[in-house]
Design a protein around this ligand. Structure first.
Ligand code: SF4
Length: 329
């Protein structure tokens, strides 16, 4: 018999607006009858990719895989300017799903280059967003872990600091403090995304009220790993999984009565509901296990993410005559 008698989902979870809008754009293009592709996985979530494939939206790794005139959606991470130019030159129907926040990062980088700063970019090397950013500032120095800062960050008269959107705010602040000692003039452009900050705050708040947190997101997702780390700092145990299918061992929940669930910015909120249901079926009390589906729906309703803003369009809104999409993205 299990012990979990209560389950909750952290406020303001589900996709961030950048991911959601890129997915919506792909769905809208497909609904309009276009042959639609996304350049790279629009989100690192196998369930979402499978749903898009069912709609006929294909993921391609290079522009060469897209036929002349077909639609190609640029994902929220954005791309280098030469990729955009090449897509246009090839006569593709380019649908720019670059997140507005990332577009702002690109503009800031162009300004910093024009102003002659030595640019330090806090980010994960080879992450798609960082690769795109480097297209606007090829000489920017990418730094990640603190151990490498002393070696990588130069001593220069004029330096600027900017960040990949999903970097932890504490790391950005610490790097800024570190760079103060290495420059005469330091320009700080804080591009840590507010959605990332809110997600972390909500997760830490949720962790206070539970015995265990379940963090749902891609194994390689930096913002998901950071949520797990923060729960630990808040003094609560956490397990990190990719989805409900990863939950098979009830002993993880032994003795836990209240369980909280949160997810990265690439995790659809419906996945959190599925996880809630699985936790209760696996480790709920006789009463909560029997009511798992109902309680999981209630947990979903209790999250502050507004209905219909969580994943993508529930139906193809711009072309009523088109085949309706399923509600889950
Ligand atoms: S995390 Fe923020 S910047 Fe990045 S895609 Fe989402 S909304 Fe945009």
């Amino acid at each position: 018999m299990g012990t979990v008698r209560e389950i909750s989902i952290a406020r303001r979870t589900g996709f961030c607006y950048g991911v959601r809008e890129a997915i919506d754009k792909a769905k809208e293009a497909r609904a309009a009858g276009k042959s639609t592709h996304t350049l790279g996985q629009v989100v690192h979530n196998e369930g979402v990719i499978a749903d898009l494939e069912r709609l006929g939206i294909e993921t391609v790794e290079t522009l060469d895989d897209v036929d002349h005139g077909a639609a190609v959606v640029i994902r929220a991470h954005g791309v280098r300017p030469d990729v955009m130019e090449r897509a246009n030159a090839r006569g593709l129907d380019v649908i720019d799903g670059t997140c507005t926040w990332v577009i702002q990062e690109h503009r800031e980088l162009v300004k910093l280059v024009d102003e002659g700063y030595t640019i330090v970019l806090l980010g994960t090397p080879n992450h798609a967003e960082v690769v795109g950013m480097l297209g606007f500032a090829p000489d920017a120095i990418v730094v990640d872990e603190e151990e490498e800062w002393a070696q990588k960050v130069p001593r220069k008269k004029r330096m600027a600091l900017i960040s990949q959107s999903t970097q932890p705010p504490w790391k950005f602040e610490r790097l800024a403090a570190f760079m103060v000692g290495r420059s005469h003039e330091l320009k700080i452009v804080n591009t840590v995304c507010p959605v990332t900050i809110r997600r972390q705050e909500d997760t830490v708040e949720a962790a206070q009220a539970v015995d265990l947190m379940v963090v749902v997101g891609g194994r390689s997702s930096a913002n998901t790993k950071e949520l797990t780390r923060l729960v630990g700092i808040a003094g609560k145990p956490a397990i990190q999984i990719e989805g409900a299918g990863d939950l098979t061992d009830p002993s993880v929940f032994e003795g836990r009565e209240i369980v909280g669930i949160t997810g990265g910015t690439s995790t659809p909120i419906e996945d959190l509901r599925d996880v809630a249901e699985k936790v209760l079926r696996l480790a709920g009390t006789p009463d909560t296990a029997a009511r798992a589906a109902e309680l999981a729906e209630a947990a979903l309703a209790g999250a502050a993410t507004p209905a219909g803003r969580t994943t993508s369009l529930p139906t193809f809104v711009h072309n009523e005559s088109a085949t309706p999409a399923s509600g889950a993205a």
